[in-house]
Design a protein around this ligand. Structure first.
Ligand code: GDP
Ligand code: MG
Length: 725
């Protein structure tokens, strides 16, 4: 941290000095200028940065955030040089993710430790012209001097598109240089263009807004200029932000003068009363103009070569077959996770039992031994046993990602998503949510429409994440009989797939519901990109899988360990003399808490022991498994059942008075359904709070998911009871 700060201070001093020098030598060749490379993620910024600077680079972090700051020196033909900054990728200047905000702040001269660039090199991916020109259009409107590096022309060419740099240059009023950054093509020409004077484009605000919107926008711009002494360009940018934003009026806001906010309020009311979606009207109007620019400057060749990817896609993205394939693939995947993981899981389980037995023989009997064996080891061990399944889950997800199939899955789901009023872009966060809702929710940052983004964030945690897998797996292994279905599928495998499908169905249903009621709005059109298929890179898939598995183990070793120890205390104290282990558990603090909520969960078929698990796992879902591990170890420690596996102990457990088993097949199914639908994850709540900037949406999410989980489980339980009698 300190080093970073010192580093950036030195940098500022350095830049300061070079600026002063520039003033003394006004007539000399342009001296050290500050140039930023900006562009969409994956447009080739870093490749171009490397080609321009060679090894003359240094990397630091932007102060206060963990975003990498990469600067380098570019040396021109005459020996003069300029400082080049590689900005984080961004799709627009109005986005708010930390990465994207840095790009915008630097461009607008608002970043504290980075000077405002003299001009920018905007890297445009020629094979994704529309999306990339969106950012260009905003930069032009902001009247920032710029040059365009039209990159990836080889990729565009291959997919049958030829972009004419001269035409594009004429349309945009900007110098355009065609490049293939990773091969160094066009880099020399780009350097020459960077050496010559660079100006802002004369073509700012070429796109037209609907009359009503334009009037309001112009008026607001004038008010902003008067009240805040903003430039024409800045006031236009602010005016769009203010007209688009819904949150600016919600809270007390002293960034803007009262007369500005007053006016914004009236504007919102007026535009809303005309049914104008303030969010999308600006986006769509800009895209209209971009469409025109693309039509003029790009030729789509009639017969683009049909690549192998295209041939495969004919089948895999087929309306019917593609969908069938997708479902079949999911079924196979979960079946494989289940059966392949079985043997290594047994090894780990045996290892943990042996370790427990070893500790028991070497240590003196007493509370400490109890805490270690029945608290810590039983709790952590119960969760760690599921490592092989987690490993296979991430292995499969990684392979699907790396082959390019994930994008196809999003494409296939796009059809379904459009029925619920969202587009395929919203499915990508949902796919990430199979791993964990946190990256899923963060992936919604790419969704432009605020309402669509919220809808996606609200439903993403319904998609079954990896933390649910141990819960499902424990219940299935203990209670779902091993039976073949239709010859190829097994009942446990199918049960697991059903849980995943239930989560997906719930997510889609609620997306549709929210879109219809709370968060109505148009969904802007979206062009799905399908990267070519490739063989997965063994190394990157294994690395990814290893990282994820390691994270899982780390959580087991820290968080779950802590909770297990606390739970052991709660399940062991207060001590009651002459009580059987079962009575002891009943009377313990944990037992009392379980009994306390038993009336609430009884209608779902759950007793107080499951209650302990439910309470414990409010923080994190896997805790349910560690809780069961701990309480069953404590309970069965002194009986002859100590050496049974957790699933066997759960299977055998019955109420000593009534003889009723704690778990039946029906309870197991109900419990899984509950975990599919319930929001048992505090980290997700924290991320929702951060991403939505308040408590309203996370609280709403907890409320609706809890209600859904409760009613859903209740209905399943009632139907189950009916079927069983
Ligand atoms: P950034 O996210 O904008 O920094 O993009 P990168 O510079 O990391 O580039 C993304 C990927 O595209 C890398 O694998 C590059 O090697 C590759 N790449 C960059 N420019 C080109 C290009 O002009 N043609 C092709 N075919 N690949 C490119
Ligand atoms: Mg980069």
């Amino acid at each position: 941290m300190l080093r970073d700060r010192l580093h950036s201070q030195k940098q500022i001093r350095h830049q300061h000095r070079s600026r002063t020098r520039a003033m003394f030598h006004e007539q000399a060749a342009p001296s050290t200028r500050y140039i930023a490379i900006i562009g969409n993620p994956n447009a080739g910024k870093t490749a171009l940065f490397n080609a321009l600077t060679g090894l003359r680079q240094k990397v630091a972090n932007y102060p206060g955030v963990t975003v990498e700051k990469k600067e380098g020196k570019v040396i021109f033909g005459d020996g003069s040089s300029a400082t080049l900054l590689d900005l984080p990728g961004t799709y627009s200047l109005t986005a708010h993710s930390p990465d994207e905000k840095i790009a915008t702040d630097v461009l607008f001269g608002k970043a504290t430790h980075t000077p405002r660039p003299d001009f920018v090199v905007c890297v445009v991916d020629a094979s994704n012209l529309e999306r990339n020109l969106y950012l260009v259009s905003q930069i032009i409107d902001h009247r920032t001097p710029l040059i365009i590096a039209l990159n990836m022309i080889d990729v565009a060419e291959k997919s049958g598109m030829a972009v004419n740099p001269q035409r594009l240059s004429d349309e945009l009023g900007v110098h355009v240089v065609a490049t293939v950054a990773n091969k160094g093509i066009g880099v020399h020409e780009l350097k020459e263009a960077m050496h010559a004077p660079v100006t802002a484009s004369p073509k700012a605000r070429q796109w037209s807004l609907p009359k009503l919107v334009k009037e309001e926008c112009d008026e607001l711009q004038t008010i902003l200029q008067d009240a805040h002494h903003l430039s024409e360009a800045d006031s236009f940018h602010e005016a769009i932000q203010l007209l688009t934003s819904s949150s600016v009026l919600n809270s007390h806001n002293d960034r803007y003068a009262p007369e500005v906010l007053e006016h914004v309020k009236k504007d919102h009311e007026r535009l809303d009363s005309f049914g104008i979606d303030r969010q999308s009207v600006f986006v769509e109007s800009r895209y209209e103009w971009i469409k025109h620019v693309c039509e003029v400057s790009r030729k789509i060749k009639q017969q683009a070569e049909e690549t192998t990817s295209d041939k495969i896609d004919k089948v895999l993205t087929h309306k019917v077959f593609g969908f069938v394939f997708f479902i079949a693939l999911m079924a196979m995947m979960f079946q494989a996770i289940f059966s392949w993981a079985n043997t290594p899981m047994n090894w780990i389980g045996d290892g943990i039992t042996a370790l427990g037995a070893q500790i028991t023989t070497v240590m003196q009997p007493g509370d400490l031994r109890d805490l270690i064996v029945n608290g810590a080891l039983a709790g952590v061990g119960a969760v760690v046993t599921f490592l092989p399944q987690i490993f296979f889950l991430f292995l499969f997800l990684g392979m699907l990602e790396d082959t390019g199939y994930m994008a196809r899955a999003a494409f296939i789901m796009d059809r379904m998503m459009s029925k619920v009023g969202l587009h395929g872009k919203s499915f990508i966060p949902m796919l990430s949510s199979f791993a964990c809702a946190i990256p899923g929710i963060m992936a919604t940052r790419t969704i432009e429409s605020r309402k669509d983004r919220l809808v996606t964030m609200l439903v993403s945690p319904l998609v079954s994440c990896s933390a649910r897998l141990p819960v499902y797996a424990l219940m299935i292994a203990a209670f779902i009989p091993q039976q073949k279905v239709l010859g190829v599928f097994s009942l446990p495998g199918l049960t697991l797939v059903s849980m995943y499908l239930l989560g997906l169905a719930a997510a889609l249903t609620f997306a549709w519901l929210f879109k219809k009621t709370l968060l109505k709005g148009e969904t802007p059109a979206f062009i799905m990109e399908l990267p070519p298929y490739k063989l997965p890179s063994f190394k990157s898939v294994i690395m990814h899988t290893w990282e994820r598995s390691y994270l899982f183990l780390q959580r087991a070793g820290t968080f779950i360990l802590g909770v297990s120890i606390v739970l052991w205390f709660l399940a062991t104290y207060p001590k009651i003399t002459n009580a059987t282990p079962a009575e002891q558990l009943q009377q313990s603090f944990a037992g009392q808490a379980g009994h306390l909520i038993e009336p609430v969960i009884k209608p779902l078929g759950f007793n107080w022991k499951i209650g302990i698990g439910l309470i414990g796992s409010i923080l994190q879902r896997e805790v349910f498994v560690s809780t069961m591990g701990t309480i069953y170890n404590i309970k069965d420690a002194k009986t002859g059942m100590a050496n049974l596996s957790l699933r066997e102990k759960m299977h055998n457990d019955a109420d000593p008075h009534t003889g009723m088993p704690t778990f039946t097949i029906l309870t197991a199914i109900c419990l899984m359904v509950y975990y599919v639908l319930a929001m048992q994850c505090m980290s997700t709540v924290a991320v929702m709070h951060r991403e939505t900037n308040g408590w309203k949406w996370p609280l709403f999410q907890i409320a609706y998911m809890t209600l859904l989980a409760y009613t859903g489980t209740f209905i399943v339980y009632r139907i189950g009871l009916l079927l069983m009698t």
